[in-house]
Design a protein around this ligand. Structure first.
Ligand code: OAD
Length: 239
């Protein structure tokens, strides 16, 4: 059945930021100072060793100062502007906790949270003015005084943000693109098949075929900085 209106959903993962110098999750052996990344990205790790988890995320936040958005981030921001001018619905969702899409000018849903934000465990208040913070420095909640303010990151075993909004967009989209994700972490890894089953045309960019790739997806192997600008031009002709 023909759909009334064209719309696009783009999902990005660590690979889109790799060309900016941000390490991917499953590259580099997946280790940080001898800890498996999965071991610092869980509520259990936070309960057991909050100092370690705090330092991990604050060092990663600090490291954002030395990286810049790349051609893939910029092309997606341009895509958003052009589709907005045409009135074509567009949703950019990222699994990345860096702020490179935001700095390139995109409006993006961070389904796994953001390094540049903290969240109070008790009252939920968010804190964003962190630039002055040293990685070891801890802040209590300014709103309620509670001491346990945590990184605003969705850890393994927690529910990603914005799922209702994302699922609505996926079920209604006519075009879906996945960029730089290994397709192993759910629910994000299921977006590709959800969009495909809902009738969307699907494109995938990654260095190697991700786990969730299907023969019906149009796979574009290569670095996001090389592949995404050309793919954006193609989408703009389609949409
Ligand atoms: P991964 O590290 O699992 O996968 C990165 C993907 O990017 C791989 O498929 C690479 O082939 C691809 N890649 C690497 N460099 C690239 C480049 N220059 N251009 C294009 N593709 C490139 O990262 P994610 O799939 O994003 O979750 O990981 C998903 C989630 O697992 C993360 O959000 C994080 C993690 O544990 C949480 O923190 C909750």
């Amino acid at each position: 059945m023909a759909r009334a209106r064209k719309s696009l959903v783009v999902l990005t993962g660590a690979g889109v930021s790799a060309d900016s110098g941000v390490q991917t999750f499953r590259g580099g052996g997946g280790l940080w100072e001898g800890h498996r990344v999965e071991d610092v990205a869980t509520p259990l790790a936070w309960a057991r060793d909050p100092r370690l988890v705090w330092r991990f995320y604050q060092l990663r936040r600090r490291a954002l100062r030395s990286v810049e958005p790349n051609a893939a981030h910029r092309a997606l921001a341009q895509l958003e502007r052009e589709l907005a001018a045409r009135g074509v619905p567009f949703l950019l969702v990222t699994q990345n906790v860096d702020d490179l899409h935001d700095r390139a000018g995109s409006s993006v849903l961070h389904m796994h949270g953001e390094l540049v934000q903290l969240r109070c465990e008790r009252c939920g208040a968010k804190v964003r003015e962190l630039e002055h913070l040293e990685p070891e420095e801890y802040v209590p909640c300014a709103a309620c005084g509670h001491a346990r303010v945590r990184p605003d990151i969705v850890w393994f075993g927690e529910l990603p943000y914005f799922m209702d909004e994302i699922e609505r967009a996926l079920l209604g989209c006519t075009h879906f693109v996945s960029i730089g994700t290994s397709g192993v972490v759910y629910p994000a890894a299921g977006f590709l098949s959800l969009a495909r089953h809902a009738g969307a045309r699907t494109w995938v960019n990654s260095l190697e075929a991700p786990e969730n790739l299907d023969p019906r997806d149009e796979f574009r192997a290569g670095r996001a900085i090389d592949v995404v600008p050309a793919l954006v031009d193609e989408l703009l002709r389609e949409l």
